[in-house]
Design a protein around this ligand. Structure first.
Ligand code: DGT
Ligand code: CA
Ligand code: CA
Ligand code: ZN
Length: 578
């Protein structure tokens, strides 16, 4: 049976091979987008095929559907085999070398006959690379260094939560350089993708030179991959690449928009511009009739020039946002200020680092109005899970803290209860009935077969005492994949049981992930953005969960922890009597 991942990898490889062959960017992007959407697909592609619904997958039209069909039914793809005769598939690995683009890879192949990374290393060491047109001893040395860096760091994408603070620190340093008027994060980091390939930064300054100098000499820079007057790229000690562009403030809007991407979104913007007789690039709009260029100092102006309302960065993936903007249907995205509660956190009663009182005070200081204390249950021994007796003792402390916090803040008592590996729950129903709020979670047995692990989760959702499922898949970014859940069934069951699904804001989790949030939003499933805080500092992670919610087009009405306490309690009461 051909798996989703294999189909996705095939399309991603074809995209790279087409780019090396020099095909149109549109064609390359179509394959790349298809690969992404199949990777994000929450169900078995064989099943989607069996239902005749391949073309319902975003980015899959008739042509790609036919190719998927061929792969699923024959295990092969003749298009790929023909392409492989022209472009050796092993060339794709050369694209992972920093500084090697598709054109250069093609040249290296055509002129030197190199098809693998090992051969590339050999020709570079022999000094043959420098003889190619446009190359020299310096660029040859850089490529050798990049191959070594690749061997050291791999090409793994970096989790959002790792890259974000680094980017903020760099921007804080650059903001202090004289003449700097604006700084911004761009690229996938501004779109808040769950993992990022490299950091993109933008600075507006009257004089770019001192900014570049400061950037290239930052303490955490390992090497300078490229240095120019307006663009530079450095590699940090942790292997992460950082691109910086410096520009005059008058052109800020077009460059920020270009550099934020995604590529697919940019391509759509350029098409819209052309329809209006304008050519759009990173510097400006240029009327094709030869009239003077139109500068945009803000992104709002870029969208306005295209006849569109402003599209927030978290939506810019060409996942339908252009169409929605044209139709005036962009979602009113949930904002940080909408969040008034956190329904999932731990205290020293289990594996948290602060007392219930300290957590409550920190939450209040963050501007929240109510919280639920949800320590682990008995069977999660490593996290010092609570026995029924300790849970009941804890109830008294929660009530006392609630009293102490005054009338404008509420502390509720809940649990993060284990769904055991055999599918049973850690506490009996009569104990659950005593709690204000019940979370059920999978922490163990995540590698069970799809059917089994899915059924465990569904059984928990069907228990009327269970109000929310925390971090549904249990994945940990970047490399622990989490349970192989049948997401269709999980979402369907959330609809029928009214169970809240969590968007866990911890950047190692971001679970539900964006694509599944999007489907949950379409199905009207109640959602919550929680930090799962184990320390008062963790309340500061809410913005990652918020961004994931936004990437799934979530509005505040559907996020239960934007509701005032009375509405939330009334909703819970109604759920419990059903
Ligand atoms: P990443 O770094 O892989 O997580 O993804 P991005 O989106 O940050 O991509 P990156 O760093 O290669 O480029 C930053 C932005 O610059 C990207 O989102 C859109 C724009 N850009 C880069 N290359 C191209 C291109 O060839 N065509 C277009 N239209 N835009 C591009
Ligand atoms: Ca990037
Ligand atoms: Ca970049
Ligand atoms: Zn937790």
């Amino acid at each position: 049976m051909v798996k989703n991942r294999e189909v996705a990898e095939m399309f991603a490889r074809i995209a790279d091979m087409l780019s090396i062959r020099g095909d149109q960017v549109h064609r390359v992007l179509a394959y790349r987008r298809a690969a992404e959407s199949i990777e994000a697909l929450g169900r078995d592609i064989n099943q989607v095929y069996a239902e005749g619904k391949l073309t319902d997958i975003p980015g899959i039209g008739q042509t790609l559907a036919a190719k998927i069909e061929e792969m699923l039914t024959t295990g092969k793809l003749s298009f790929y085999e023909r392409l492989a005769e022209e472009v050796p598939p092993s060339l794709v690995e050369l694209l992972r070398v920093e500084g090697l683009g598709p054109k250069r890879v093609r040249q290296i192949y055509e002129v030197l006959g190199v098809t693998t990374l090992a051969e590339l290393t050999a020709v570079a060491r022999e000094g043959k690379l420098r003889q190619l047109p446009g190359m020299g001893a310096k660029s040859e040395a850089k490529i050798l260094a990049a191959i070594e860096a690749l061997a050291r760091h791999g090409d793994d994408r970096t989790p959002l939560g790792v890259a974000w603070p680094i980017a903020q620190e760099i921007l804080a340093v650059l903001a202090k350089v004289p003449g700097v008027t604006k700084t911004a994060v761009a690229g996938s980091l501004r779109r808040m993708k769950e993992t990022i390939g490299d950091i993109d930064l933008l600075v507006a300054a009257t004089d770019p030179e001192p900014v570049m100098e400061r950037f290239c000499t930052l303490d955490n820079v390992e090497s300078v991959a490229a240095r120019g007057s307006t663009k530079s790229r450095v590699i940090l000690l942790n292997g992460l690449g950082v691109d910086l562009r410096v520009l005059p403030a008058a052109r800020w809007g077009t460059l920020l928009s270009y550099f934020t991407g995604s590529k697919a979104h940019n391509v759509r913007l350029r098409e819209l511009a052309l329809k209006r007789g304008l050519s759009l690039n990173e510097h400006a709009f240029t009327p094709v009739d030869g009239s003077p260029e139109i500068l945009c100092d803000t992104e709002e102006k870029v969208y306005q020039t295209l006849g569109l309302p402003y599209i927030p960065p978290t939506l810019r993936e060409d996942w339908g946002e252009i169409e929605a903007a044209m139709a005036g249907n962009l979602p009113q995205l949930v904002e940080l200020t909408d969040i008034v509660a956190d329904l999932h956190m731990h205290s020293t009663w289990s594996d948290g680092k602060a007392t219930i009182l300290e957590m409550a005070q920190a939450a209040k200081a963050e501007g929240l109005q109510y919280i639920v204390i949800t320590d682990h249950s008995a069977s999660l021994g490593i996290a010092n899970g609570l026995s029924v007796q300790r849970l009941r003792e804890q109830a008294a402390e929660v009530r006392a803290v609630d009293e102490a916090m005054g009338s404008d803040f509420r502390v509720l008592h809940g649990t993060e209860m284990e769904i055991r590996a055999d599918g049973s729950l850690d506490y009996p129903d009569e104990v659950l009935a005593e709690l204000d709020f019940v979370i059920a979670s999978l922490h163990t047995g995540l590698s069970q077969p799809r059917e089994q692990v899915t059924q465990r989760l569904l059984a928990a959702m069907r228990n009327p005492h269970v109000d929310m499922i925390a971090h549904p898949t249990g994945r940990l970014l970047p490399d622990r994949a989490g349970a192989d859940l049948d997401m269709d069934l999980v979402l369907e069951t959330a609809v029928s049981t009214g169970t809240i699904l969590e968007i866990n804001a911890n950047p190692r989790r971001l679970d539900l992930r964006d694509i599944h949030v999007r489907r949950a939003v379409e199905l009207g499933i109640p959602l919550a953005i929680n930090t799962d805080a184990h320390h008062p500092d963790h309340f500061g992670l809410r913005h990652y969960g918020l961004a994931t919610a936004q990437r799934g087009w979530a509005t505040a009405v559907q996020i239960v922890n934007t509701w005032p306490l009375e509405k939330f309690l009334a909703w819970l009461e109604k759920k419990h009597v059903q």
